[in-house]
Design a protein. Structure first.
Length: 473
């Protein structure tokens, strides 16, 4: 069994720690932020500061695949989250029965538990703190890596903290998120930089959180993520009768930057049909803007050779994607399971073999979800740019066209709705849902030929006028 150091006590790092100790490994989690979770959900929401997690108080949704994986691997986390007010709901049954066709056998696969990010992380931290073999050290920043150079590829043997402490490990796991400094730390010990791909343009989010008077959640009239002309809208349930509403724009869209002000945001969002009930709650935040959300992917094998051994990236430190699709936490959890499974087959002491095996498992099991998200983001950003320019977006990619047809069909056909939700929640791939006998004809009949956007969707210019800011030159 291995001595493992995990960098980062976020959702992915804590999940990995618990999975690994159950296999007998000893795990130390080092978290640079000094504050830990303390108190009930409201105290976590208002008082917990996570400076290293820029999206900590932004909108979050725990997808169905996350809930299913947690139920199979760490069910006590779901219990803890529910005890803290996490909302157990069926994402299909949030829609009116006229859209769903009523309750059907098999709908239980759409059940999940969700909450605001501090509440979800607080639940994970509480369970991890009780796990034998896990040590969590907060306020412990890593300043450097320890490495042996007995081959041409540096072997990481531990970390050096900002206080000068040396912590040895058989394996270092970088779960420190999208802002990770580990690639720079690797070059400092003589390693090559990992291969990196980054998409320069991204999305900007203008979000608010609300609370209901009776502890309930509004019903969905439209999908949680709506694609509208030149922008998008999110309506996401959370915990304890709270939820979030977000306006999603392109980072190149300067005309809607005034949405960071409450009055402008409110005027614009009131124009969007189908979300009135989501705006009627008591606001518990102002408008919070979140940007710099470009997609990024790293690979620690370059030209078929590891850039180092003894260290692997996990979750957002490996690849981060557009938060609007809500896939980051789920991909991180699936990646943590992949790490656990790889260690079952190849011990960390087999340096190059383990590094190669984990890379191969990542590329096979996790990278397809990441790459599909990156492809989607590129199409959606290009489509938004075309909307702003007043021209149609035409793509030669049949998968993009089919995804749009499925999303449109979901508004008109109960079977297509369930297929669309399955894809959105990473429960199935598009190919899997569309291969179900009879599904493709239903999707085409319900979605093909219909307008890309709802007829009652306000144009981008209407939102700009409501916000009160003219388009930038």
């Amino acid at each position: 069994m291995a001595e493992i150091v995990i960098l980062g006590a976020g959702l992915t790092g804590l999940s990995a720690a618990m999975l690994l100790v159950r296999d007998g490994h000893r795990v130390t989690v080092l978290e640079r932020d000094p504050d830990g979770p303390d108190g009930d959900a409201e105290r976590l929401w208002t008082g917990w500061r996570r400076r290293g997690v820029s999206q900590f108080t932004q909108l979050h949704l725990m997808l169905g695949r996350w809930a299913q994986t947690m139920a199979a691997e760490l069910p006590e986390v779901l219990v803890e989250l529910e005890n803290r007010g996490g909302a157990r709901l069926n994402v299909v049954h949030l829609f009116p029965s006229g859209m769903t066709g009523g309750v059907r056998p098999g709908d239980e696969r759409f059940e999940l538990v969700t909450g605001r990010r501090p509440v979800v992380e607080g639940a994970l931290a509480a369970v991890a703190a009780r796990a034998e073999g896990v040590t969590i050290r907060r306020g412990c920043a890593v300043a450097g890596l320890l490495a042996a150079h007995d081959s041409r590829v540096p072997h990481v043997t531990g970390v050096r903290t900002a206080d000068g402490e040396l912590i040895r490990a058989d394996l270092v796991v970088d779960a420190s998120g999208r802002r990770t400094a580990v690639p720079d730390l690797l070059t400092a010990v003589g390693a090559r930089r990992p291969h990196e791909e980054r998409d320069s343009a991204g999305f900007v989010y203008y979000t608010r959180h609300f609370r209901s008077a009776d502890g309930g959640l509004p019903a969905l009239e439209r999908p949680m993520l709506q694609f509208l002309p030149g922008y998008g809208v999110l309506t996401l349930p959370a915990d304890n009768g709270t939820w979030g509403v977000g306006l999603v724009t392109s980072s190149r869209d300067h005309a809607l930057r005034g949405a960071r002000e409450v009055d402008g945001w409110s005027r614009a969002m009131t124009l969007v049909p189908g979300i009135g009930a989501w705006l009627d709650g008591e606001p518990i935040t102002g408008v919070r803007a979140f940007a710099a959300t470009e997609d990024r992917y790293r690979r620690y094998l370059v030209d078929g050779e590891p850039v180092c051994t003894g260290l692997v990236p996990l979750g957002d430190a490996w690849a981060c994607t557009n938060p609007a699709l809500g896939r980051g936490a789920t991909i991180g959890l699936l990646h943590a399971v992949t790490l656990r499974d790889t260690l079952r087959g190849v011990p960390a002491t087999e340096r190059a073999a383990f590094a190669t095996a984990f890379d191969e498992a990542t590329e096979t099991r996790i990278a397809p979800w990441c790459m599909a998200t990156r492809t989607f983001d590129r199409h959606r950003l290009a489509e938004m740019d075309a909307d702003l320019a007043g021209r149609p977006y035409v793509s030669a990619d049949p998968a993009w066209s089919l995804a749009g047809t499925l999303a449109t069909a979901a508004l008109h056909d109960p079977d297509a709705l369930r297929a669309h939700v399955s894809v959105a929640h990473l429960l199935a791939t598009p190919a899997e849902v569309l291969s179900v006998p009879g599904m493709m004809p239903r999707v085409v009949a319900a979605g093909a030929g219909r307008p890309r956007y709802p007829a009652d969707a306000p144009h981008h210019d209407e939102l700009v006028a409501a916000v009160g800011q003219e388009a930038a030159a």
